[in-house]
Design a protein around this ligand. Sequence first.
Ligand SMILES: [Zn+2]
Length: 266
Amino acid sequence: MNIDIDIIEKIMFSVVFFLYGIVIGSFLNVLILRTPIKESITFKRSHCMSCGHTLAWYDLFPLFSYLFLGGKCRYCKEHISWQYPLVEGLNGILYVILFLVHGISIETILYCLCTSALISLSVIDARTREIPIGFNIFILLLGLIRLLTDLSHWSQYVIGFFAVSGFLLLIGIITSFFYEGGAMGGGDMKLMAAAGLLLGWKLNIVAFLIGCILGSVIHLTIMAIKKADRTLSFGPYLSAGIYIAMIWGEQLVSWYLSMWAFESLH
Ligand SMILES: [Zn+2]
């Protein structure tokens, strides 16, 4: 699937992936802003959040407009949220890393699109504690494409759909007897089902374990410092886990299996 490319082509493709990444990243900012309040995504012109001035095309260059304007609105000089360049830049960088790891392949395209969905749902989940269903459906569709383009491994993906999500469903049912609403959100379960169809069951388990480790370490740290409340938006941590599994999942799985192989020799 991967095309062998030399270093100059690699750099050129990296630039292309980065540019695609920041352009799609600026669309993600629109999604993040407007999805929770159900504002029309396509029909309304972009405007300054502070003065309401409609933005011109030259104000809308991803990342570069922000840097050029020094992070301020051209019209009212109000500071623009650093979330915009952060989402754009992050989307661009994560695209480049996926390209460098997986080359030019269907996998790379699907993983890039999934990454964009993960960034958006993470920001929304952190703010509203809810993952809009649309993002999970989108990742599910990417998973279906993966399944259809890699039919010889279909069982990996189908098992992936049920492996972690079934476990979370069980935890949700058990804990719902003790807490109102249970310990796991339905959005998290649907995310792991959709991601499982895209990643296959091995990488999905890796993704979930990394998400749990990151979630407990980081959330406990935040709780200790800021006295934050105990409810946890799990979406961002699961998303980080899914991305890490896309990049290093295969290595982590074979490292883990080789440890067992080594153990069994003794
Ligand atoms: Zn303004």
